[in-house]
Write a protein that binds this ligand. Sequence first.
Ligand SMILES: Nc1nc2c(ncn2[C@@H]2O[C@H](COP(=O)(O)OP(=O)(O)OP(=O)(O)O)[C@@H](O)[C@H]2O)c(=O)[nH]1
Ligand SMILES: [Mg+2]
Length: 339
Amino acid sequence: MKVSFIGGFYGSGKTTLISEMAKKLEKDGKSVLIIDNEKGNSNVDPLFVRELGLDGDELTGGCICFYLNRLKEIMNKVNDKSSKDVLFVEPVSYFLPSKLYFDLRNEFGDEIDLAPITILLDGRELKNVIEKDREFPLIDARQVKDAEIVVINKIDVLSKEDITKIEEMVYNLNQDVKILHVSAKDSTNINEIIDVVLNEIHEGTEFNSPALFQEYLKSVSGISERGEKFKFKSNKPFNKKQTQQILREVVTSIDEKISNAGGEINHIKAYIGNDNSYLKGSRPRATKEVDITGNLTKITEGRLILNVIASEVPDDLIYGIMLKTLSEINNTHQITVKT
Ligand SMILES: Nc1nc2c(ncn2[C@@H]2O[C@H](COP(=O)(O)OP(=O)(O)OP(=O)(O)O)[C@@H](O)[C@H]2O)c(=O)[nH]1
Ligand SMILES: [Mg+2]
């Protein structure tokens, strides 16, 4: 089984890309297993997914063994029950690739068939960076330095010139890297990345010096993440359009409140759905619009899941903002949302 970690900053499009690749691979007769950090759209137990994400403690050089043991467990289970062709893992967005791969190699040796270190970049965010003459964001830059493959995503909103400029920035950080361009949303150039995942191997990378690791940790330490699950019920069914509207309001309102509190958004995700279908509203750092995806057509009762990642605000403040927003939504849409 090929094991491919698709890394990249919050909102770069990892979940979208993995699910597009999985669809394509399955169509071609391959079997795929996905472990992601997506709480609304997950085909695995959310608690388990949460455990699998590298959290702050693990990053601070503490114990990564739990993570690796769980990965080992899954791999054994999969190998015993049915053999899969590819396992995709979406690690937590601020993971440090060289540290993870170093630990994976130590733990698994030759037992694991690792695809090259693949880092997805949010083309839209980098276009902003270039236009505003800002520095390449630190966490993304660190990941690019560690990468074997860099994938520039969201080319559907980029011009040829934008792509060339982003490529230059990437090569300035890492001359040896292979660059691919995709639109995960439109499935453009998906075959090229699938080809890399299936046919290329991780060649190895040096683990960073402790000094660099400390510098990296500093930039990660300001990030707060809060994921909460609520139950919701309404008097009458909501159709797709009404559900989209509610998601838009929830995301926009959380966004405004966090910005007013001096915070900076990395990614806001909101889901409304049940076991069969869902809609997801998403607002990554590069855009103010709320992008809605998913297959839900009608709902009266189900789950509302919020996942907010922001910098410069504590996570209990994020939680307070979630509750306030939901009480406003309760009033305007006559729905009951409970923890
Ligand atoms: N325009 C455009 N938008 C995209 C593309 N790929 C993903 N998106 C959008 O970007 C947003 C974030 O996508 P996700 O797949 O949730 O990103 P992620 O990297 O998994 O985010 P986290 O799990 O929070 O780290 C969503 O609104 C997607 O619809 C793309 O190729 N083009
Ligand atoms: Mg994701």
